[in-house]
Design a protein around this ligand. Sequence first.
Ligand code: SF4
Length: 229
Amino acid sequence: MQIGGLQKTSLIDYPGKVSCIVWTIGCNFRCPWCYNKSLVFGTAEPITEREIFDFLEKRKNLLDGVAITGGEPTMQPDLPDFIRRVKSMGYLVKLDTNGSNPDVIEKLIHERLVDYIAMDVKAPLKRYQEVTKSDIETNKIKQSISLIMRSGIDYEFRTTVVPGLVGKDDVVAIAKLIKGAKRYYLQRYFKAETLDDAYSNLKPPKRKDVQEMCEAAKPYVKECGIRGI
Ligand code: SF4
């Protein structure tokens, strides 16, 4: 696997668990507000699998799980093998995904290789290509949503609220798209070095506005909350 980052401990990334975070290199989307530029463009300093497994061996009794994020982890052809090895060490696995590879998600679910999936739903289907600056076939997004909701494993969907790009109408349309979902989280855009410089220094949305979006989404999902700063 192409790995570009390791956070040794996180108390917040994997709900209810103490985990480490592994970042994979490469992504097929180009969300303009993305702050993982070095992962998306592949300039991050690579970390070998061996380093990761040596680390996991040492932390066996201290960590519950491994959160795999990116970039987009499902682009890594050897992701299932990597996870199999992580699970054989006794760890739980959380996967973060942009939902663009339903075939990979299906395989991971079918082989019981993931214990928690967090999928970003970036926009209503009709705005997906515009918002993610990609040529994603939106059927794939629909397929991933449906697979995850029917999987029987723990999951969440999440959307980043981005000034001037992803707002209340989008959040409501997404909530309708994932109707009946167990958990839906909204994240607020924050200032950082972003893929598109035009998004580096915007005024973050007010918490009360995001709270209002959350209230508007609540009728469609079982639980809606706000994540992060
Ligand atoms: S925010 Fe978008 S571009 Fe960045 S890693 Fe996630 S899916 Fe890829």
